[in-house]
Design a protein around this ligand. Sequence first.
Ligand code: GLY
Length: 423
Amino acid sequence: MRVLVVGGGGREHAIAEACARHGHEVLCTPGNPGMAALARQLDSPQDPGSLAALAVREGADLVLVGPEAYLSAGLVDACRERGVLAFGPTRAAARLESDKAWSKAFMARHGIPTAAYRAFSKLSEAVAYAQGQSLPVVVKDAGLRAGKGVTVAQSHAEAEAALRDIFSQPGAQAVIEEFMTGQEVSVLALTDGERYALTPPSQDHKTIGEGDTGPMTGGMGVVCPFPLGEAELAFIRREIIERTLAGLRAEGLPFCGVLYAGLMLTPQGPRVVEFNVRFGDPEAEAVLPLLASDLAQHASDAAQGQLDPAQVHFRDGASAVVILAAPGYPASPQLGIPLSLPDPGPGEAVYHAGTALMGGRLVSAGGRVLAVTATAPTLEAALGRAYALADRVEFPGAQLRRDLGFRLGLATPVGLRPGAATR
Ligand code: GLY
């Protein structure tokens, strides 16, 4: 197949690699310098109609969409209108991620377990409600904020500041939720709207600081698989994934693509923290290296309403992703820092998340810059390999978390030099 991958981050680099390793011809738009080694890079129009027209012009058999912004802008609808197969939800179904107030109401309508909440479109009412809540309280921007629209407020003043920030945008809405305790886990389902296959569960690390401190980011590293028990997994399948797919079908919004359930394993059982409508980033960089079967084939089958979950196979073993972020991230990442990358060995990869070529030199061009990934028979070994590879990256001032996997009781891998990759 000729596959067009839309996006230019670490997730799209991993998607492009997963397609290329099964012999598909890969095109990418806008892509990134890392993807250029395995995909032909195309200039990137922004609007869905022009992107779909590009897919037609280039003779793409399949469009794989990475970032949520393209999905909620209607790229899949535009592709379908032009007769191009696209793997991802329609604009209407993408609302599950792009409108958190709608998403929470959807969960309530279909009895999908999630935190109690209220949605607001007026600052004064939201602040008054937040003042009456016990702490900590969760304040979310209902719109897309690249994973940074959530504040776990430890004081009412912090909740008010978060709400003021949200309502500084015209037409904003906020969701205020009860705080849930437990481990977070990302469960991703490849689906044609009815049938689905789960990827191995994984765990992201969302704050910039070790021990889950500091501001939220798009995700600083992933361990995979996360050890879910059989009963927990059965509950997640039945009460969350299947209920959601059935609910979407019942509302006339059949969902093709990746349904990403961000879950909290509370003492009362798994609860949805949020839904996303695409591969997680950096979850994709952890999960896709473990996929033994052919992503492009599954995506094409799903886009035609014919996914066969029995054909979806993951290798045994584990993977770990260490994000190297720019100094100043998430508030004001420093761009233009020269990078020098090691050659990855088998089972290793350095995915480009935010890089550019400047005068022929590879430099940082975003907040999260590189996703350093390794697979191994065990999670401890995967972490050890990923940190050792990260240690060979030259990236002055890079920020990384050295405590990935700490919630699973995994010690910082032996051999990691204190201060490695932060120079
Ligand atoms: N890793 C979090 C996300 O993709 O939204």
